[in-house]
Design a protein around this ligand. Structure first.
Ligand code: FAD
Length: 339
């Protein structure tokens, strides 16, 4: 088991742009390393990414472990896994964190499995604490906190023996601290040692699609649920969002019913949002939906059922049929805008 108390973050970047979740994790790693008395390491892989070392150091890393190589220009499982596994085995960090993104979810299990370490996926909270079992106390473990059993319990998972302790963490649940451009840190350049079969897969072409909505940075979100009733009625949600200058969100039931595409889904398996205002229309307020929006500053709920659970967390409650309430709201907003 490692003696180090260092906390590493796999810094995900594409085309020289660092993923938000990596910035969130660096901020969290800073806090955890402070409690442990360890250092924050940023594992930065790519090609032509040396400039990003100052960003990761400004965000909280003490050490940027830079692996810059043409074969790492675009994410591929085998070469990235080779580099990450070799570094983790050689330097034995205490904790390694990845974003719960498609790349993080692909890479983290390979690293964990190769290092015989545990891995908790999709964490929504991380803390340091002691754990006792059979009269033995394991001090300063990573509490890996996540919803389990369909979101009906919040589980705290620990890994007392097989280190490093590893977790993937959902995007949007940790706060990003303000970067400190004056912060100093070490840049450690590392030359990767690939095996010939690491290059089995060649990328011939990349096709990028621009996202059609940006829920994460929206300050107003109007979301529709199964109570909207039909794809046609979902136009009301779009109109209200437009009248309020906001983005369109949805519950999973609305997505499953085909009212709107999945990138609009808010919740445990959708996007985690923190707008100034969240308007929930025809959404019951299941725990899995609330997990993605209960950090909103203000919540308005429109629901025909006065006992709908969403009303327990709403700051403003409108009991009524949304097909009547939403047109009234839109008219009121338009009248207001006309003065
Ligand atoms: P319902 O629960 O069917 O609620 C519809 C609401 O509309 C009711 O409250 C009803 O009173 C109201 N209503 C009906 N007609 C009207 C009307 N005319 N006017 C006003 N109100 C009306 N869900 C998510 O949203 N996001 C997730 O990320 C997510 N992840 C999940 C992950 C797992 C592992 C599991 C098991 C479930 C997940 N779910 C998620 C699903 C979740 O459990 C609920 O099933 C879902 O959130 C319900 O969506 P809803 O509130 O739109 O539908």
């Amino acid at each position: 088991m490692s003696e180090s108390r260092n906390v590493w973050v796999f810094v995900e970047q594409q085309d020289g742009c660092i993923a938000n979740v990596s910035l969130e994790l660096l901020s969290k790693a800073r806090e955890l390393a402070g409690q442990l008395g360890g250092r924050v390491g940023a594992l930065l892989l790519g090609h032509g990414v040396a400039d990003l070392t100052s960003d990761v150091i400004g965000q909280g890393a003490d050490e940027a472990l830079l692996v810059d190589h043409p074969e790492l220009a675009v994410y591929r499982t085998l070469p990235y896994a080779r580099v990450a596994i070799d570094l983790v085995k050689e330097r034995e960090p205490y904790i390694v964190l990845f974003g719960a993104t498609p790349i993080g979810r692909d890479l983290a299990p390979r690293v964990a499995s190769a290092c015989w370490a545990g891995l908790t996926a999709d964490c929504t909270g991380l803390q340091i604490g002691d754990f006792e079992r059979g009269g033995v106390t394991y001090p300063d473990l990573l509490y890996q906190i996540r919803p389990a059993f369909g979101g009906n319990v919040i589980a705290t998972i620990v890994n007392p023996e097989m280190h490093p302790q590893m977790a993937t963490v959902r995007e949007g649940v940790m706060h990003v601290s303000a970067p400190d451009v004056a912060r100093h840190g070490d840049v450690v350049r590392i030359s990767p040692k690939f095996h010939s079969n690491d290059m089995a897969l060649q990328v011939l072409e990349r096709v990028m699609r621009e996202p059609t909505c940006n829920l994460r940075s929206a300050s107003v979100i109007v979301s529709g649920g199964a109570g909207v009733g039909s794809r046609e009625n979902f136009q009301l949600i779009r109109e209200l969002a437009a009248a309020m200058g906001g983005e369109v969100g949805a519950s999973r039931a609305a997505v499953d019913a085909g009212y709107v595409s999945q990138e609009h889904q808010v919740g445990q398996t959708g996007t985690t949002v923190r707008p100034r205002l969240y308007v929930a229309c025809g959404i019951s307020g299941a725990v899995q939906h609330r997990a993605g929006m209960d950090q909103s500053s203000k919540i308005i709920a429109i629901n025909s059922d006065p006992n709908a659970p969403i009303f327990q967390i709403a700051h403003y409650r409108i009991v009524g049929d949304l097909t009547e309430v939403i047109p009234m709201l839109i008219r009121a907003l338009q009248d207001n805008a006309r003065g």
